[in-house]
Design a protein around this ligand. Structure first.
Ligand code: PMP
Ligand code: GLU
Length: 376
């Protein structure tokens, strides 16, 4: 086996989801608060657009960077984020995860360091390690999961800072002052920023800000987004990024030699998603908000400490009064068939927490809360 994979764990999010599915297949009624994926169907007009593309024979390889019509729609979309970009500074990939993988491989060298705010999503660290670099976890504040310090973690080896707002797993939304602090440090220390904005639209309070639009940042920022969360398109595998052309060109080399391109007809669905009506997004976010209130109020009424996050479809309660997050996750699955992800999967500061993905119906959330109450 390749030494590069030593020290790389399997993805905890998929591991718990697989465990839950296995139990389901044995006939158990599992409530799955594990994988972060919207339960809604992809909106009809998006599906129709992909079907039409299939029927019209759009079934061949596309340009590796993505079809030009989609890259134009994406360039137009980035204007909402205050980013003026040329379609040749955009790459379309099979999922945002692939974009993140390519971006990290494209810029990090062996021995360099990349900073991530922990708790952090499970795949950044492994991507950094696969590049031969070292992930450096910087803890966020306990009370609101926002970054408070960074400068003491910067070394001569630091090359990049990863920003993920709204944040998986905490649901925290970084405000202007949080992002300004990060931008100032990136500029002072000549660092790159990878800004993962995939939960941009799953937002209940405040505003989403792209760090790339801050003065002096566009030339050092890789902005990543995708269709999975906003348009309930997880299985389509479609993501995208913009970055300085030099970085996009390097990512493109990786893509040409690995996946070639994103699926042709999925890209036509992507155009319909970005250019079509956005009410479907508003409706899904409204439902997510009702679910967030239900789960947070329910957990609080059980005496479990839990923030009310401003974005995403995750809550990250502190369960330390019942044991570590890993103990609690195990008990919930074993004794109540409730699947959650242990907080430790998102880095050491997550040890006392569990992540609950509430992208399931309100009826199932209520049933899950009842079972949690019985077990804890
Ligand atoms: N970034 C974050 C923070 C995520 O939670 C996900 C979800 N899988 C992704 C990126 C990748 O999404 P996808 O590959 O489905 O576009
Ligand atoms: N992003 C989702 C999650 O965190 C899907 C799984 C994954 O990509 O890790 O559960």
């Amino acid at each position: 086996m390749s030494k590069r994979l030593d020290g790389i764990e399997e993805s905890a999010t998929f591991r718990v989801a697989d465990l839950a599915n296995k139990l389901k297949r044995t006939g158990k009624d599992v409530i799955s608060f594990s994988l972060g994926e919207p339960d809604f169907d992809t909106p009809l007009h998006i599906r129709e657009s992909a079907k039409k593309a299939l029927d019209e024979g759009k079934t061949h390889y596309t340009p590796s960077a993505g079809i030009s019509e989609l890259r134009e729609s994406i360039a137009n979309k980035f204007k909402e984020n205050g980013l003026e970009v040329n379609p040749n500074e955009i790459i379309v990939t099979p999922g945002a995860k692939q974009t993140i993988f390519e971006a990290i491989q494209a810029v990090l060298n062996e021995g360099e360091e990349a900073i991530l705010f922990e708790p952090a999503w499970v795949s950044y660290g492994p991507c950094i390690k696969l590049a031969g670099a070292t992930p450096v976890g910087v803890p966020v504040r306990d009370e609101d999961f926002k970054p408070y310090d960074l400068v003491e973690w910067i070394t001569k080896k630091t090359k990049m800072i990863i920003v993920n707002t709204p944040c998986n797993p905490t649901g925290a939304v970084f405000d202007r002052s949080n992002l300004k602090m990060i931008a100032d440090i990136a500029i002072d220390h000549e660092l790159l920023v990878l800004s993962d904005e995939i939960y941009e639209k799953i937002l209940y309070n405040g505003e989403h800000l792209s760090i790339g639009q801050f003065d002096g940042m566009q030339d050092r920022t890789i902005t990543i987004n995708g269709f999975s969360k906003t348009y309930a398109m997880t299985g389509w595998r479609l993501g995208y990024a913009t970055a300085p052309k030099k970085i996009i060109d390097s990512m493109l080399k990786l893509q040409q030699h690995s996946t070639s391109c994103a699926t042709s007809f999925a890209q036509y669905g992507g155009i319909a998603a970005l250019d079509g009506p956005q009410e479907c997004v508003t409706d899904m976010v409204k439902e997510f908000k009702a679910r967030r209130d239900l789960i947070v109020d329910g957990l609080l009424s059980l005496g479990i400490k839990c923030n009310k996050p401003d974005g995403t479809f995750y809550v990250f309660p502190n369960v330390s009064q019942f044991g570590t997050g890993a103990d609690v996750a195990e008990r919930l699955l074993r004794d109540a068939y409730v699947a959650v992800t242990p907080g430790i999967a998102f880095g050491p500061p997550g040890k006392d927490y569990i992540r609950i993905s509430y992208a399931i119906s309100q009826a199932r959330i209520s049933e899950g809360l009842d079972r949690i109450q019985k077990v804890l």
